[in-house]
Ligand binder design. Structure first.
Ligand code: SAH
Length: 225
């Protein structure tokens, strides 16, 4: 059977059974939140990447999406969604770094509304198209610099940053509701080739910070691409 046939009939390397195996792996890797696992099962990762590499969509690896960027590894997408959800259903979620829109789609399944910003215009346009094709209606994608969000007038229950930050801009925590979670890969002081997954929770009086596992992301870059 040709690749297109496999894609259409839902079997082969991009079918629901392959996706179910990916979810089993996520469970073994320690993802516990059933709502997140359901979302990972529901979102077809292969439609977010080029057809030529679609057969690798459910491997636990980052893959190229053009413009020097990547689609995040399924484990990392699941883990960040779990940390952002924190056991409740978030209202508004902000994603910084749409890329191909895969993490956006997963977030959109566990939250009321997702706003996502991407600095590279063609990536934003393509992600918008893919999410429309999946009929994911509670998503807004904007071509904008996520490190310069002074004019945003919404606040969020969670902010998920999917590019490596060297520091935490003050406005990110300002955009959080009390109890809201900012989830980001933060470069350790001194510069290493990895980052640490950090969760900053906005409290009544300030913020609280927790550190999780090491991750590897493409850098957060200033300005529009
Ligand atoms: N969320 C994606 C991962 C995308 S990779 C997924 O689901 O797989 C990170 C993305 O962040 C890239 O597309 C990059 O262009 C974007 N990015 C980097 N710096 C940014 C900034 N300052 N503002 C908005 N997007 C940014």
């Amino acid at each position: 059977m040709n690749t297109q046939g496999e894609r259409n009939s839902g079997i082969g390397m991009t079918g629901p059974r392959t996706r179910a195996r990916m979810v089993e792996r996520l469970r073994e890797q320690g993802i516990r939140d059933e709502i997140v696992l359901e979302a990972m099962l529901a979102v077809p990762r292969h439609v977010f990447i080029e057809e030529a590499i679609a057969s690798r969509a459910y491997e636990d690896t980052a893959l190229p999406i053009g413009y020097g960027q990547t689609i995040s590894q399924p484990y990392v997408v699941a883990r960040m969604t779990e940390l952002a959800r924190a056991g409740r259903r978030p209202g508004n979620v902000l994603e910084i770094g749409t890329g191909c829109g895969y993490q956006t789609a997963v977030l959109a399944r566990v939250a009321d509304a997702v706003y996502s910003v991407e600095r590279i215009a063609p990536l934003a346009a393509r992600a918008r198209q893919t999410l429309a094709r999946l009929r994911q209606a509670n998503v807004r994608i904007k071509h904008a610099d996520g490190s310069a969000l002074a004019d945003v007038d919404l606040t969020f229950d969670a902010i998920v940053v999917t590019a490596a930050a060297k520091y935490v801009p003050e406005e990110w925590t300002r955009l959080l509701n009390v109890g809201g979670k900012l989830v980001l890969p933060l470069a350790p002081a001194g510069g290493a080739d990895h980052q640490n997954l950090i969760v900053i929770t906005r409290t009544e009086t300030g913020t609280r910070q927790e550190q999780f596992e090491a991750v590897r992301f493409v850098p957060l870059l200033p300005g529009l691409g």
